[in-house]
Design a protein around this ligand. Structure first.
Ligand SMILES: [Fe+2]
Ligand SMILES: [Fe+2]
Length: 198
């Protein structure tokens, strides 16, 4: 069997769906490599800054690592703008959706909201509300998102900052996306790990 027998989903039988499940599991194993390839594609997008989007992503992840942040943070920092490729108007939600089954809830929330939190740095120049983040005041991850933006995101547009190459992060991206999706021990709902050690 190398393809299903049906032409409409409702006509498929157990053999068809067992076959597809096996295929989908194989496909899932390639997620990390597809994301790494997509990060390289980010290099071609969005000109006008002094560094490329890939450079920005690598700087963010490098800063996270140098702050002593854990693997969930480093991989989240690396991928936080991956949504720029296909979802320029909600790139934060797009990236968060990719990360959600595989990283701590804390990191997913921060990636999902980082666009709103970033407004404090430039909202006034583009006619947006700089205090958009205030809608989340009191949220348990509010300060984490503020720190993420201040230390890793808004600061990472510097052509003179020496960052690690993509290769440096490859194994960690593989490790994260090889986790069991939505495993409670991965999601760790409500747990806060520091962004900065020491
Ligand atoms: Fe962003
Ligand atoms: Fe960013």
């Amino acid at each position: 069997m190398d393809q299903v027998k049906f032409t409409a989903m409702k006509d498929g039988d157990k053999e068809d769906y067992d076959f597809l499940t096996k295929h989908e599991i194989e496909h899932t194993k390639g997620t990390a490599d597809r994301l790494l390839t997509a990060l390289v594609a980010l290099d071609e997008g969005l000109s006008g800054y002094q560094i490329t989007r890939l450079g920005h992503s690598l700087q963010s992840a490098t800063r996270a690592e140098r702050d002593g942040a854990d693997i969930d943070w480093v991989v989240s920092a690396l991928l936080h703008d991956i949504g720029d490729i296909f979802a320029p108007y909600n790139h934060d939600e797009y990236a968060a959706t990719i990360l959600k089954p595989f990283v701590r809830e804390q990191c997913t929330w921060v990636v999902e909201k980082h666009g709103d939190f970033q407004m404090v740095y430039y909202g006034e120049h583009v006619g947006a509300n700089p205090e958009k983040r205030q809608q989340y005041a009191g949220h348990m991850y509010f300060d984490d998102c503020a720190t993420f933006c201040e230390r890793w995101d808004q600061s990472s547009f510097d052509p003179n900052y020496e960052h690690f190459p993509l290769e440096h992060f490859r194994d960690r991206v593989h490790d994260v996306f090889a986790r069991q999706a939505y495993d409670p021990d991965v999601i760790k709902a409500g747990m806060r790990m520091p962004l900065v050690q020491g």
